[in-house]
Design a protein around this ligand. Structure first.
Ligand code: SF4
Ligand code: SF4
Length: 253
């Protein structure tokens, strides 16, 4: 219990840091909203990654909001849906070499519509969304040209305001350390619907995975290319560095 509490408290501090940065961005830099209500364009091309500890945190938040049951149904529907992006059913492949065709399916899935995006283009798990979603457009610049938010003073198409959150990196490293001391698996990441179902109803997740009802690309480990929290990581990836190296270095610091 105590072991779980420390990582969750550190994660909540990081969450507050992102939310504070978003507020600063809107109030001091943009002088207006950082997101268009009911837009959802970025969520139509992104199924986010989430660590296990974030999923545990999300389950706790969603339980408090009375929305866990519905969220788990969304997760399960996504996992069981035979999506065209992920046609291979080779099992979980935990700890095994992942063949390139599964990597390609994982990549295609990561660019598909997030299952938590509602019909009215809002985030169903907004209060419990992954840190990667909180970082988007706040600590990590939007570089793909999909965001229709009007440019603020001092911004160009290629240079948008972001907030320097170097102070949060210290807390992020503290989180890895606390997780590794408590349970190393809590730093493992994967697609958010898989991680939330596993954290919220492990027996159900295991039953579906073990009976091979879930496409492999949906349940392989996700430290490939989307677990980005900081602009400097995005810059290094853009410069051609290995995603595994960029992400693992952060975890080892
Ligand atoms: S694309 Fe931009 S405006 Fe639209 S939901 Fe994403 S961050 Fe908000
Ligand atoms: S979790 Fe929410 S914010 Fe993140 S991609 Fe999905 S709908 Fe968008």
């Amino acid at each position: 219990m105590y072991d779980t509490l420390i990582p969750l408290l550190v994660l909540d501090k990081i969450r507050q840091g992102f939310d504070g940065a978003a507020l600063y961005l809107e109030q001091d830099l943009l002088k207006g909203p950082s997101c268009i209500d009911g837009c959802g364009k970025c969520c139509m091309v992104n199924v986010p990654q989430m660590t296990t500890i974030e999923a545990i945190y999300a389950v706790s938040v969603l339980t408090g909001l009375g929305r866990l049951g519905e969220t788990l149904s969304i997760c399960e529907d996504w996992l069981l849906n035979r999506s065209s992006e992920a046609p291979s059913y080779e099992g979980m492949m935990a700890g095994r070499f992942v063949p390139s065709f599964i990597h390609a399916e994982h990549e295609a899935l990561s660019r598909s519509r997030c299952p938590f995006l509602t019909k009215d283009l809002r985030c169903f798990i907004h209060e419990a969304r992954p840190m990667a979603c909180r970082a988007f457009g706040v600590t990590v610049a939007e570089t793909k040209g999909i965001c229709p938010r009007p440019l603020a003073r001092g911004e160009t198409m290629f240079s948008r305001h972001i907030v320097n959150c170097d102070n949060l990196q210290k807390d992020w490293r503290l989180l890895w350390k606390a997780c590794k001391e408590a349970k190393a698996g809590w730093v493992v990441s994967g697609f958010a619907p898989a991680m939330i179902l596993r954290a919220g109803n492990e027996p159900r997740f295991r039953a579906l995975a073990d009976s091979n009802q879930i496409a492999t690309a949906k349940i392989i480990g996700g430290d490939l290319d989307t677990n980005l929290m900081w602009q400097y990581q995005a810059d290094r990836l853009d410069a051609g560095e290995s995603p595994d190296l960029v992400v693992s270095e952060l975890k080892l610091q």
